[in-house]
Design a binder for this molecule. Sequence first.
Ligand code: FMN
Length: 212
Amino acid sequence: MRHPDVGEVPRSPTEIDMADQIPSPSCSILLIGGSLRANSVNTAVLQTARTLIPANAEAGIYAGLSGLPHFNPDLDRDPLLQAVGRLRAELRRADAVLFSTPEYAGSLPGSFKNLLDWTIGGVDGSLYRVPVGWVNPAAHGRAKGAYDALHTVLTMAGADIWPPACIAAPVPRDAIGADGLIADAAITDVIRGAVKALVDRIAERRRESKAL
Ligand SMILES: Cc1cc2nc3c(=O)[nH]c(=O)nc-3n(C[C@H](O)[C@H](O)[C@H](O)COP(=O)(O)O)c2cc1C
């Protein structure tokens, strides 16, 4: 334990025991939504997911979708535009990504596909080998075109699409409270399951890389 003023301070046995019991975040999940709409159902899903994160993990919502420039390979070089640099920095920091997007015209919203285009290729801060999942909050059977397209794009990106974290959790608009969160236990249980599946996948991947 490092004291801010005096450097290294020996720990008492009690302190050591307590420190061992306090789980520190050991993995980080980035939550990325595909809607720019205020009162978005997909944003509510991600805000709710953030509250359901296990104690050994942390999660943050990516908030830069509306400020991303149109993808242009000519702009994909140093120095990167600030908004792109921020997106890639958040991806670099993340151990996994959870998506939630609406369907527009049978596919992904253009602005969200634009974000995904910035994550393709061998770039530092791409989705290559990153464990990913999604929560589809559309009514049962809806938004299949969007999630099929997301699957295609994530496959092209070389992401580690983790099936137990790719789930449907239909969210009626009236299930979202004034605080922007979903309280319905049947829905939150399913979202929690997706989050936990991603955390488990991160742990599994770490075990695999240690075994190599
Ligand atoms: C331009 C536009 C196109 C849409 N196209 C579809 C569609 O193809 N299939 C569908 O199920 N819903 C479609 N919808 C409905 C949205 O997916 C739905 O309202 C969703 O809940 C919006 O997500 P949000 O609340 O996170 O913004 C469309 C909505 C808009 C505005």
